[in-house]
Design a protein around this ligand. Sequence first.
Ligand code: FPP
Ligand code: MG
Length: 325
Amino acid sequence: MVTRGAERSFYAPVDGELQELQRRLLQVGNGGHPTFAAAVQHLFGSPGKLLRPTLVFLSARFGPSTDREVVLNLAQSLELVHTASLVHDDIVDEAEVRRNVATVNATWDDDVAIIVGDYLFAKAYALAAVLPKPEVIAIVAQTVFALCDGELNEVTATRELPTETAYFERIELKTASLYAACCQGAALLADAEPEHVAALGAYGTSLGLAFQITDDVLDVAGDEVDFGKAVGRDLAEGMPTLPMIYAVDEMADPALAARIVAPGKSAAEVRELLRTIRASGGVERARARALAFHDDAVSALDALPPRPERDALREIADFVVSRVR
Ligand code: FPP
Ligand code: MG
């Protein structure tokens, strides 16, 4: 069985479900072209943190329904949506490494990665289609719309620094929507009280915003081996993120904005700009913003009854802003 950082105590209440999920994920590629099976082994052999399915399993504990199979289907569906979106995102980014292993596009090629991503999406929809509640099936579909919207927003962005608000709108679509779907969708499936469904949805959104800001901070200030992917890629591509937006504001330097959004930088230019941004105070401000979203996520949990699963959700929020990978 693959590992997922078992030292983290927030996995403990749902360990059985996570083990079953990992077993099922490894089988997703079976029965078709052998490249699907090879790509699936490649992807789920190093499955990442599995935060999204962990959120599904924990959130489902806040309702009276206990149909384990239904909750597993939602968790698997949303993890497949997530993985498919990363496979496609790595093509867009021309990324070579993710989770410390070669990406699908680097291991095979872009054509294979497009089709593997499509295959994983289709598998995700097949699982969503048998969920017993149409409103949860709709949440899965709307989450995919949001991911596409956020990604296209990023890909087609004009070459200028976005406002802080525009940045938050983008990351809500491309990242936080999926976190919210995990929490809210699971609570709905479990027949949780409407106020608990709403609280879990709000928790998921704030958690997702804190996660993405931290990811963007790590791309500027993280360690490549810990992070599991290259550092400085956003800057190399001219993709402005929150620490960069704050760096320009802190330094009151419009010329810095123009340098940040310039595409196709050399490695030396990226190193120099990373030094400038790290010294500007922008990273600390972005970390503080992530902590504020962490606090919003934790406050949303106050509406839930006290139980080990609520403690685990709190620990996930703490982990998301303290992580180095
Ligand atoms: C990773 O973020 C990418 C996403 C969160 C969204 C990717 C979405 C798509 C490719 C749209 C297509 C998806 C579907 C569902 C059809 P990032 O690029 O900030 O992080 P990274 O540094 O890990 O690449
Ligand atoms: Mg990317």
